[in-house]
Design a protein around this ligand. Structure first.
Ligand SMILES: *Cc1c(COP(=O)(O)O)cnc(C)c1O
Length: 504
């Protein structure tokens, strides 16, 4: 915690050396962004030269306002070239146009807003539906909430995380504004049946978005284990009307850049907001923001220039090798199993229930133990689907090019952690609920006041920690997320994250 003096807003000028020194000190406490120890959030190409190039490009654009590419014409050129490269890479012909956005969430939000507006323009009235597998990224739930669309979640297989095309097709109707499929899904790396779903959408005249936020910049270079090409998944598939692909993932750009492509100019134009009905400058916004940075756009553009398709392919090869090795190694760890047949550089690990309890490894205890040896894996809670079938809780790993140079160490850490927790049962929901003080659980969550929520969090040992970091052992916390009603966990997590950034 900062001292009175350091925290004071009135404090007079500080030398830039001191300012940067303080920033470095804060950064030193972060999870490491480089070196492959964090297997989610960060995408390390392992190429310091690319990071330096990206930083120099972003710095060049620091003072520019991306709001107006007619005043800052460099922005128009960079965006045009990035969209052009993406279109060629992602199976688009010259009918395909698009925009650079601030990230995956913004691309997804805009895909939904665009489809909703087109649905309305075609005569749709009331609240339209968005049909998507339950594994589709949470950004689409956010979009549904923001843009007043009903989110219709289609269950997937609890063993493989895969979607049956027929389960989507049978839900299509005149009230469906958009169908979303993933290439691949984040939770289980499942490549959805895009050809089948898009074909049905085409016949029904329904928009079909491919969320390739995580796969878009790497699947074009992906080869399956047996060397077979992937089934078609991009804009080359008839019926796919839009596609999102994040440059701040496997485009190795700093955070804040993604592309959203549309089939047809008219569709793209429906994404825009424009108004001349105020006394200020005419506003034309292709994306959600007004004034915006062009830094991440420039960084992404520079990386594309430096790498070209061959450069991306080379980095993808490292991911392919590392993912294949990891999958094999995890499959060999007694008590764990890789979920389904992951497509792309990510995978989910579940308990192997075919073994007797004493030989099973709970993936959340495992992730906690792996973390204790300095590697950060991402725990995913189990989830009850609308059809009553429960998806298992899993541990997620996103593989990046640097992972390939750390495989030996990572393998040792994964194996040792499994040995350390084998046979320890998963934290049960009853167990965590019983640990809560009597009567501490509120009945309704929506109106839970901040102080009440904070008291609950404190009781759980989650508040008041030094720098906002979470406990070393997260398995009980994840079990709590599974045990409590969604409305309540959502409220509590909001409180937790809000308290972390409150002025002290
Ligand atoms: C990362 C991701 C998104 C959106 O994420 P941002 O964090 O906003 O960039 C959407 N879909 C998938 C499949 C993703 O992996």
């Amino acid at each position: 915690m900062p001292s009175e003096e350091e925290g004071s807003a009135e404090r007079s000028s500080t030398g830039s050396g001191d300012i940067i020194a303080r920033l470095r000190e804060l950064r030193a406490a972060d999870a490491p962004t480089h070196g492959g120890r964090v297997l989610s959030y960060v995408y390390d190409s392992g190429r310091a030269d690319l990071d330096e190039l990206a930083a120099a490009a972003a710095c060049e654009m620091q003072a520019v306002n991306g709001l107006d590419p007619t005043t800052f014409t460099s922005v128009a050129v960079l965006e045009r070239e990035v969209v052009g490269f993406a279109r060629d890479l992602l199976g688009g012909d010259d009918e395909v146009v698009g925009s650079v956005t601030s990230g995956g969430t913004e691309s997804c939000l805009l895909a939904v807003k665009t489809a909703r507006d087109l649905w309305r323009a075609a005569g749709g009235v009331g609240t339209p539906r968005l049909v998507a597998p339950i594994t589709v990224h949470a950004a689409f739930r956010k979009a549904a909430k923001l843009f007043d669309v009903e989110f219709d979640a289609v269950p997937v297989s609890p063993f493989t995380g895969t979607l049956e095309a027929s389960a989507v097709v049978e839900r299509l109707g005149a009230d469906v504004a958009l169908v979303v499929v993933s290439a691949p899904s984040y939770p289980f790396a499942a490549l959805d049946p895009i050809v089948e779903v898009a074909a049905a959408c085409r016949v029904a005249g329904i928009s079909c978005h491919v969320d390739a936020c995580i796969g878009g910049w790497i699947l074009p270079f992906w080869a399956d284990d047996d060397g077979a090409p992937l089934p078609p998944w991009n804009l080359s598939v008839p019926g796919v009307t839009s596609l999102s692909a994040d440059l701040h993932k496997y485009g190795y750009a700093p955070k804040g850049v993604s592309v959203l492509l549309h089939r047809g100019r008219d569709r793209h134009r429906a994404q825009y907001f424009a108004t001349t009905q105020w006394p200020g400058y005419p506003v034309v916004n292709p994306t959600l923001l007004g004034s915006k940075s062009a830094g991440a756009l420039a960084a992404a553009w520079a990386i594309i220039q430096a790498l070209g398709a061959d450069g991306f392919a080379g980095l993808a090869d490292q991911c392919i090798h590392a993912t294949r090795m990891l999958r094999k190694e995890i499959d060999r760890i007694e008590g764990l199993r890789v979920v389904g047949r992951p497509v792309g550089p990510l995978l989910a690990v579940a308990v192997d229930e075919s073994l007797p309890p004493e030989r099973r490894v709970d993936p959340h205890h495992w992730a906690d133990a792996v973390r204790a040896s300095g590697w950060v894996l991402q725990q995913q809670p189990g989830l009850l689907q609308p059809d009553g079938v429960r998806l298992p809780h899993t541990t997620h790993m996103t593989v990046t090019p640097v992972t390939d140079s750390r495989l030996g160490e990572l393998h040792s850490a994964l194996t040792a952690a499994a040995d350390a927790v084998r046979g320890i049962p998963a934290v049960s929901p009853e167990q965590v609920l019983a640990a809560l003080p009597e009567g501490s659980l509120p009945s309704g969550a929506a109106l839970l006041e901040s102080e009440t929520a904070a008291a609950l969090l404190s009781g759980l040992g989650l508040l008041g920690r030094e720098n906002g970091a979470l406990p070393d052992s997260m398995a009980p916390f994840l079990a709590l997320i599974e045990a409590l009603p969604h409305e309540l966990t959502e409220r509590l997590l909001t409180e937790l994250l809000a308290r972390v950034v409150e002025p002290r």
